[in-house]
Structures are given as C-alpha cells and as structure tokens.
Design a protein around this ligand. Structure first.
Ligand code: FES
Length: 155
C-alpha cells in the first residue's frame, strides 16, 4: 500500500462519510496515480475503507472505466452503439486494429495504446464517436483513424 493512499482515504471519508460513497472517488484517485487497479490495490482499498473486499471488487468490475489490468498511455474507446455502427464505427475499429496490430481489448506491446469498445457514449449526433483518454472525438470516419491516434491528450 502506498503511504499516500491512507491520506487519500481520509480525505474521501471526510467528504463522503459513508464508506461505500467514499469508495468511487478513492478508486478514481488511485487509478489516476497508478494507471489501473491491481487486485492487491482493491484489497488495500477495502482495508482502508473497512469494506468487504468482495464489495470493492464488484464495484470496480461494474464500472468499465476502472481498469483491472494495465492500460496504455492512450486509451482509445470506439463507440459500437447503433448510431455509431451505422456511421462506420466497425470499419473505424478495424482500421485501428490494423494500424496498432492489436485487437480490441488489447494494449500495444510498447504500452502506447489500449483499444477498447464502448457502448453508446451519449454523443450520437457526432457518430462515429471515439474517445482518447476520455476526451470526445467525433465524427471520426474510418479514414481519420491515423489522425485519431495522433491526438495529443493528457492522461
Ligand atoms: S451510439 Fe455512439 S454515441 Fe450513441
């Protein structure tokens, strides 16, 4: 357990006195620092908040934006909802897979990119929609796959 996590847990509990309410911001803060949530991290968080580890694991699993395995420096989500699918998101995903040499759900060997599917990102008017480190990009037609990968974004 990193020493600062205790302080972060105290701050989360001060803001959200119920432990299960403090859980989400604490997980978020730790993921921002560590890049992902390892199984040992979830155990540590359970201990810090005095919650059952199974509960912490179930919450971390429910939300797809909590990463349970290491991700790349740039996390690229491609929306596969109906509007985006009709606008070509499957071809966009295919081109990204070709350019990166990985399938959706995987990280490039150099750790630069993780490519993930997303359900409707609630920006259907921009279809096909992608996100790079949670920043919305759209419309991103398949021929703009290169531009999408070159986006400069903070992590
Ligand atoms: S279907 Fe892609 S944003 Fe709604």
């Amino acid at each position: 357990m990193k020493p600062e996590w205790k302080e972060w847990a105290q701050e989360a509990k001060a803001e959200f006195p119920k432990a299960n309410s403090a859980l989400l911001p604490l997980l978020h803060r730790i993921q921002r620092a560590e890049g992902w949530l390892a199984p040992e991290t979830l155990s540590d968080v359970a201990e810090l908040l005095n919650l059952p580890v199974q509960y912490v694991e179930s919450v971390a699993s429910f939300y797809s934006l909590y990463f349970k395995q290491p991700v790349g420096k740039k996390v690229v989500h491609v929306c596969v909802g109906l509007s985006c699918m009709l606008a070509g998101s499957d071809e966009l995903m295919h081109r990204l897979e070709e350019k990166l040499g990985v399938s959706q759900g995987q990280t490039t060997p150099d750790g630069a990119y993780t490519l993930l599917e997303a359900e409707c990102l609630a920006a259907c008017d921009l279809a096909p929609v992608a996100q790079v480190n949670l920043r919305y990009k759209g419309p991103v037609p398949p021929e703009k796959a290169d531009e999408l990968l070159k986006e400069e974004v903070s992590s």
